[in-house]
Design a protein around this ligand. Structure first.
Ligand SMILES: [Zn+2]
Length: 480
C-alpha cells in the first residue's frame, strides 16, 4: 500500500490521480489505449447516483430519454458546415467492415445534433407536435490532441448526457435555454458544486450554435473546468437538413433547436472540490457507502467475536433505516490501515466499534469532512447518523462556495490580471464588447476568455484595451 498522502491544494493533479486510483474509482492509463478509462465498481456506483439525479431533473421537466446509434454516416455529420468545421480534426472514422472498405465513412458520434435533427425531420411535420425534448446518456468520441486527463479530457467520454430540444419559434427555444440553465443550476446545487455561468464569446461558441452558455467551476489548482454547456442552435441544423414544419397559419418554416450537455467532468469536480489531503470526501447523497463500520479487534478471541456480532447488528440497523452501510471485516489489515483507505474513498461517516463501545452500548462516530469524533448511544444511532449526513452536506456545500468565491477577482488593467492569474482563479475585466478587444485580452494574458456573465454587470471603468467605456466585464481564466 502506498502510504504517501498527496497534497490536495498544492499538488492537485497528482492528488487527483492518486485518489481515483487508490480510492478505486477509476483505472486510468493502464488500458492500452490513450484517453480512455475504466469505471471501477466503487466509482461506477458514484457515477450512477449522479446520473440518477440528472435523469430525475430531466424527466420531471418533460424530457424524454432516447438512444441513438453511435455511428453517424459522413453525409449526416457533414450537413451543417460550421458544425463539421468545428469538429473535423476530432472525429474518429470507421472505414472498414472486416477486410472490406465501407462505401460510406462512419463517424463515432462526437455529439448527436446531426443524427437527431435528421430523425426529427422524419417524425415532426406540424407545430402541434412541438416542443419535443429528448435526451440520452451515452459515450461520445473525440480525437483529443491535447494532453488527455482522466475524467477531464478523454477520447471516449463515457457519461455524456446530451439533451436536444426542438421548438416552433426562436423565443420558445430561448425559453428552453433558460429552463436548461435552471436545471443545471439545480443539479450543481444539489451536489454542492460551485459555478459561474458565462455566455461564451463569438469565437468560442459551440460549432453550429447561435449562442452558447457555459457553467465553469474552479478546480483546487485555480484552473477553471467547464462542467456544462447550453446552446441555442436557432435554425442552423434544421436549415441544413431542409427540415420545415407547418406553422399555425398554415405556412412552412424551419423549427428552432437547443442542445445542452454535461459529462464525466461533473464527477471529477465533485471528487476534487470536496476533497482534502487525506483523499476524497464524498457528498453523502451520492456516496456509494455512507457509513463504514470498522471493528477494532481485541486480543481476546471471544471479545473480538462479540465486537463483530455487535458490528453486524449496527449494520442491520443502519440498512433497515435506509442508510448505505458496510463493515470492513478484512482480517489482514489493521484498523489504522482501514481508516487510511476509507478516508481516500471519502466515506462520509466512520463508525468505530471496540470492546468499550460494546460494553457501553455505544459507537464512536467520526465524520470525514471535519475529522471530529463523538461517542453516541446505540439508541440514538439512527437519529445521529441522519443528522450528521445532513450536516456534512451543508458543510461541504458552504466550504466549496466559500473557497470558490475567493477565487473570483476584478482587475482594471491587463498587468493586474496577469499577476492574479499566476495564482489562479477567474478575473473579470472591464470590456467594451468588441471582439477584437476580447481577442487582444486573450493574447496579452495568455488566458482563455470564458465570456460575459449571464446577468450583465454595470461598471464605470473603461475597456482595458481601447479605453472606451466598458459595457460589461469579460471573464478570463487559465483553464483545463
Ligand atoms: Zn475595447
Amino acid at each position: 500500500m502506498n502510504i504517501k498522502r498527496e497534497k490536495w491544494s498544492n499538488n492537485f493533479s497528482e492528488w487527483f490521480d492518486w485518489v481515483i486510483s487508490e480510492g478505486e474509482f477509476y483505472d486510468y492509463g493502464r488500458y492500452p489505449l490513450k484517453g480512455v478509462g475504466i469505471w471501477l465498481p466503487y466509482g461506477f456506483k458514484l457515477r450512477q447516483a449522479i446520473i440518477d439525479i440528472i435523469r430525475q431533473l430531466l424527466n420531471n421537466t418533460g424530457h424524454e430519454e432516447v438512444l441513438f446509434p453511435m455511428l453517424i454516416p459522413e453525409g449526416l455529420l457533414k450537413k451543417e458546415s460550421e458544425h463539421i468545421k468545428g469538429f473535423e480534426e476530432e472525429v474518429y472514422w470507421v472505414t472498414k467492415g472486416g477486410s472490406e472498405d465501407l462505401d460510406v465513412k462512419l463517424s463515432l458520434r462526437p455529439t448527436s445534433e446531426a443524427a437527431i435533427t435528421f430523425m426529427e425531420s422524419l417524425w415532426i411535420k406540424s407545430y402541434k407536435q412541438l416542443p419535443k425534448k429528448y435526451y440520452q446518456i451515452v459515450s461520445i468520441f473525440r480525437y483529443e490532441t491535447k494532453a488527455t486527463r482522466p475524467m477531464i479530457r478523454l477520447r471516449e467520454v463515457t457519461t455524456f448526457k446530451e439533451a436536444h430540444t426542438i421548438h416552433s419559434t426562436f423565443e420558445d427555444a430561448e425559453n428552453q435555454v433558460k429552463e436548461a440553465i435552471e436545471i443545471y443550476k439545480k443539479f450543481f446545487d444539489i451536489l454542492g458544486i460551485p459555478y459561474l455561468i458565462s455566455q461564451r464569446p463569438e469565437w468560442d461558441k459551440f460549432p453550429g450554435a447561435v449562442k452558447t452558455y457555459a457553467f465553469d467551476t474552479i478546480m483546487p489548482d485555480g484552473k477553471t473546468l467547464q462542467i456544462g454547456t447550453v446552446h441555442h442552435l436557432g435554425q442552423h441544423f434544421t436549415k441544413a437538413f431542409d427540415f420545415k414544419v407547418q406553422k399555425a397559419d398554415g405556412t412552412l418554416d424551419y423549427p428552432h433547436q437547443t442542445s445542452y450537455g454535461i459529462s464525466d467532468r461533473v464527477i471529477a469536480s465533485l471528487i476534487s472540490l470536496h476533497g482534502d489531503d487525506r483523499g476524497s470526501v464524498l457528498f453523502p447523497l451520492v456516496a456509494p457507502i455512507q457509513v463504514i463500520i470498522i471493528p477494532i479487534p481485541s486480543k481476546n478471541t471471544d471479545d473480538t467475536n462479540k465486537i463483530l456480532e455487535y458490528s453486524e447488528n449496527v449494520k442491520s440497523q443502519l440498512i433497515s433505516a435506509g442508510i448505505r452501510a458496510n463493515i470492513d471485516k478484512d482480517t489482514e489489515k489493521t484498523p489504522g490501515e482501514k481508516f487510511y483507505i476509507w478516508e481516500i474513498k471519502g466515506v462520509p461517516i466512520r463508525v468505530e466499534i471496540g470492546l468499550r463501545e460494546v460494553q457501553n452500548s455505544s459507537v464512536t462516530l467520526k465524520r470525514r469532512d471535519t475529522l471530529e469524533s463523538k461517542a453516541v448511544k446505540l439508541s440514538e444511532l439512527i437519529t445521529e447518523i441522519r443528522k450528521l449526513l445532513e450536516d456534512i452536506e451543508n458543510n461541504l456545500k458552504s466550504k466549496a462556495w466559500e473557497s470558490f468565491n475567493k477565487k473570483i477577482f476584478y482587475a482594471k488593467t491587463v498587468e493586474d490580471a496577469n499577476k492574479i492569474l499566476e495564482k489562479g482563479g477567474v478575473v473579470e475585466l472591464p470590456w467594451c464588447g468588441d471582439n477584437s478587444c476580447g481577442l487582444k485580452i486573450e493574447e496579452l494574458t495568455n488566458a482563455k476568455v470564458k465570456g460575459i456573465p449571464l446577468e450583465s454587470k454595470k461598471i464605470n471603468d473603461s475597456c482595458v484595451i481601447c479605453k472606451k467605456p466598458a459595457s460589461n466585464v469579460l471573464r478570463i481564466a487559465k483553464t483545463y
